[in-house]
Design a binder for this molecule. Structure first.
Ligand SMILES: Nc1nc2c(c(=O)[nH]1)N[C@H]1C(S)=C(S)[C@@H](COP(=O)(O)OP(=O)(O)OC[C@H]3O[C@@H](n4cnc5c(=O)[nH]c(N)nc54)[C@H](O)[C@@H]3O)O[C@H]1N2
Ligand SMILES: Nc1nc2c(c(=O)[nH]1)N[C@H]1C(S)=C(S)[C@@H](COP(=O)(O)OP(=O)(O)OC[C@H]3O[C@@H](n4cnc5c(=O)[nH]c(N)nc54)[C@H](O)[C@@H]3O)O[C@H]1N2
Ligand SMILES: [Mo]
Length: 762
């Protein structure tokens, strides 16, 4: 008899079925009461036992034979690995960590290790790695994220730190929207597939439920290059806009509000600073270019009449302006956020129920849930004795430009010299840009260490690969922000092969280095400890002792609805945490930074990656690189659900019928997609859901460099194409959402995809 049990991931809580002998996961399916379960669940069963699982501790043969040192052969598909026992692996690694810290200092260890790992609160890969590195003297860390690395840096300058945080965790709820909002104008789609994911997971997929409720009473206008970017149930009106040009449209909307007397001058005078600078700019008094709808239309290809009438509709009722994350994941990514907030301020509805500005509705499933997040159990990370850090998207710069200085947030950062990088819970060959450059960067290291469940392309570049137990193989607890339940996520099956829990690995490594990682506790004792510490902490909800919680499978979290108090209180007279206490439509702080690419107010600034740039002569299509629907990033890309989306055996590229016809492409063809950075093969999908001149691919196909004479990646990983350049000198975040490409039919012999094959082990 097989057995069913619950488990939790960033894509939700679901059920796994375990074989009668208790050793294997035979199926994974949605809970019957989940109204909108994620298709990614369909990847779990076959990914769990896939041949690409890392079975044993493994070391690169060249590193083992030659010792640590720079090596341009890292990631060579032919590179051989050697399996070693745990004792050997841990002895080698402890010795190398000790060599690096004593010869070069702890700042030579990069432990930023960005990534989404798994959802549990105890086995959180980064927290565990950071705690371990802290116990042995510290590490160079990374700050910010790939998700909203630019807006998270910008918004505190404009609305203060507190309000910026509340825009993430306490924005208007979907219930507010349904009740009060007449018009929701969203720049970038409210994509159903993106709401399937919440950091930490959610007990049920409530976000999408509420989207449907909102769609019944609220008119929705979605500006995007993709028609199918918004939930079908929203009944959104689609306005086509060329990617990367939204700022021009927003400025033109402000222009119409100003010129047609629709701006809320009383709100601007009482609650903002800088409205005059913005007025002068949009009227063209500053630079001789009035930001009219005609001007914006020439940039965005959105008809001027549509922009003009949209401005009037926005001023006619309660309007909420939403800007999704992806817009700020591009060069000058600050500007659409800055301009979107400025537009909402000119409408004067910030702080009114269902009105004003939100950022990220539709980007994650926890937006708009409307419930104040409860504190959650956390694994303590200790203190880092090293001060050095980088914004996470500057990883290749760190390794390629040691000793140099980069501008960041008005100051400069010195990049330390790195000898060893330690990655656990992330996949830089998924998340980082310009993978050819990343490979060069990794070749400079003495040693690259990776903890993984699977032979990801990142593991394939590592010198030491340690196999770790997956979520299904260990006990944990999980919950996301605003969740209804803290859930037990018990081990379903024993660890595959010789995989071990990371907590055990760090305990053993620390012991070899004369440090204490686990304070004598095993993982079960730690789970109980973080639960009990949470239960005893002030502000925690009532909860039973651990044994009872574990037996019950969870404990309800309080469902306290919050009010949009930041901006409501601000409207009622309470100052914001900005220098002026007001919303800064012109920030003197930003202006005084004197940066070449970010001014004191929102501006249209041409990125290099847009259809109007000189590069577009050769690379004539704008490729959108956005989140995959049937997986989380690169996770479980070999699973059945993800495989079901592939075309011609690789990641699909979508284009408009006119663009396809001009290139002689039909559905199911294999296309060669090239950018100034690199090339890939993809399977063609022709669709009228895209505006002409725009192509689209999802991120997350595993990097496959096995046929470099054909393309840098034959499996369709978009990050061989993207540019590794920061959003701006202010925020230095990823600009990976956009890249200019050329697409042609590939008529040669199509190479097989080898990305999911384990390496040669000798
Ligand atoms: N071009 C382009 N690039 C992008 C984006 C884009 O829009 N365009 N989006 C960016 C965004 S928003 C993000 S958040 C990033 C995501 O980038 P990542 O978070 O790095 O991507 P994941 O594929 O989720 O990588 C998580 C890895 O952790 C491993 N893992 C899972 N559980 C565990 C565990 O318990 N322990 C350990 N050690 N490992 C584990 C998984 O096998 C997987 O390889 O990508 C970014 N990259
Ligand atoms: N199923 C699933 N859901 C996920 C994830 C996943 O991997 N899988 N990842 C999660 C993570 S970590 C994050 S950060 C969020 C990201 O959330 P988002 O950044 O919102 O997601 P994307 O899908 O990258 O982009 C959303 C849409 O924005 C549109 N867009 C892109 N650029 C532009 C532009 O310049 N102008 C306009 N108007 N529209 C544009 C694209 O058409 C795209 O479909 O998603 C989360 N949700
Ligand atoms: Mo993200």
């Amino acid at each position: 008899m097989s057995r069913k049990q619950e488990t939790s991931a960033h894509w939700g809580t679901y059920l796994v079925e375990v074989s009668a002998d208790g050793r294997d996961v035979v199926a994974a399916r949605a809970r019957p009461d989940d109204p909108d379960a994620a298709p990614a669940i369909g990847n779990v069963a076959d990914a769990h036992r896939h041949r690409s699982r890392v079975a044993r501790p493994t070391v690169r043969r060249r590193w083992l034979e030659r010792g640590p040192g720079p090596d341009t052969d890292r990631g060579d598909p032919e590179d051989a690995y050697v399996e070693v026992g745990w004792d050997t692996a841990l002895d080698l690694l402890a010795g190398e960590l000790d060599r690096v810290r004593s010869t070069f200092g702890n700042q030579a260890i990069f432990g930023g290790s960005y990534g989404w790992g798994s959802a549990g609160r105890l086995h959180h890969a980064q927290s565990q790695l950071h705690r371990f590195l802290n116990t042995i003297g510290g590490y160079t860390r990374s700050v910010n994220d790939y998700s909203r690395g630019s807006s998270a840096m910008l918004l505190p300058h404009l609305v203060g730190a507190r309000a910026a945080l509340d825009l993430r965790y306490k924005p208007a709820s979907w219930a507010d929207v349904a009740e009060h909002t007449d018009l929701l104008v969203t720049f970038g789609g409210v994509r159903r597939s993106n709401t399937w994911v919440v950091p930490g997971g959610h007990a049920r997929h409530v976000g999408s439920d509420l989207v449907r409720a909102a769609g019944r009473t609220t008119e929705v206008v979605a500006l995007s290059a993709q028609r199918d970017d918004a939930f079908a149930e929203l009944g959104a009106e689609w306005v086509g806009v060329m990617p990367g040009t939204d700022t021009a449209v927003m400025l033109a909307l402000i222009h119409v509000l100003v010129v047609d007397g629709l701006a809320d001058d009383a709100f601007l005078a009482a609650h903002t600073v800088g409205a005059d600078e913005v007025r002068r700019y949009v009227l063209g008094e500053a630079d001789g270019v009035p930001k009219t709808p005609e001007w914006a239309s020439a940039i965005s290809r959105t008809p001027a009449a549509v922009i003009r009438s949209l401005a009037h509709r926005m001023a006619a009722g309660r309007t909420l302006v939403n800007v999704v994350y992806s817009l700020q994941r591009g060069e000058r990514g600050e500007q659409p956020i800055f301009a979107g907030l400025t537009l909402a301020a000119f409408l004067g509805q910030i702080g009114l129920p269902g009105g004003g500005f939100v950022h990220g509705f539709g980007s994650m499933g926890d937006y708009g849930v409307g419930v104040a997040g409860a504190p959650l159990p956390t694994f303590p990370q200790g203190r880092n004795a090293v001060a050095d850090f980088i914004p996470c998207a500057r990883i290749s710069d760190l390794l390629l430009l040691p000793g140099s200085e980069i501008p960041y947030n008005g100051g400069t950062l010195r990049l330390p010299e790195t000898k060893l990088a330690y990655w656990a819970g992330g996949n830089p060959f998924h998340h980082h840009q310009d993978l050819r450059r990343l490979r060069r960067a990794l070749s400079t290291l003495d040693t690259f260490v990776v903890h993984e469940t699977h032979w990801t392309p990142t593991a394939r570049h590592a010198d030491v690969v340690l196999p770790v137990a997956s979520t299904l193989e260990r006990d944990d607890v999980a919950a996301g922000a605003g969740d209804s339940r803290l859930r037990a996520s018990p081990r379903a099956v024993p660890p595959r092969g010789e995989a071990r829990e990371e907590l055990w690995i760090y305990t053993e490594l620390a012991r070899r280095l004369g440090a204490d990682f686990a304070e004598g506790l095993d993982s079960r004792q730690w789970l109980e400890r973080i639960y009990e510490e949470w239960r005893a902490a002030p502000g925690s909800p009532p909860a039973p002792p651990f044994e009872e919680f574990w037996r019950d499978g969870g404990v309800p979290l309080p469902q306290n609805p919050y009010r949009d108090t930041v901006f409501a209180d601000f409207r009622a007279g309470q100052p914001l945490g900005t220098p002026s206490g007001r919303i800064e439509l012109f920030s003197a702080t930003l202006a005084e930074f004197g940066l070449p690419d970010v001014a004191g107010h929102a501006e249209w600034r041409e990125p290099t990656q847009w259809w109007g740039s000189p590069q577009a002569a050769e690379f004539d299509l704008h490729l959108l690189c956005n989140q995959p629907s049937h997986r989380l990033h690169s996770q479980l890309d070999m699973g059945a659900a993800s495989r079901s989306t592939k075309v011609a055996g690789r990641e699909p590229v979508r284009l408009n019928p006119a663009d396809a016809a001009a290139r002689g492409l039909v559905d199911g063809d294999v296309a060669l997609v090239r950018s100034a950075q690199g090339s890939l093969l993809a399977g063609v999908v022709v669709t009228d859901a895209l505006v002409p001149g725009v192509a689209q691919m999802h991120t997350g196909a595993w990097f496959d460099p096995s046929a470099p004479e054909v393309a840098d990646c034959v499996n369709g990983n978009v990050n061989v194409l993207t540019r590794d350049v920061g959003t701006s000198t202010l925020t230095q975040a990823t600009s990976g959402a956009h890249v200019l490409v050329a697409i042609s039919r590939y008529d040669g012999v199509v190479p097989p995809v080898l990305a999911y094959e384990p390496p040669v082990i000798t």
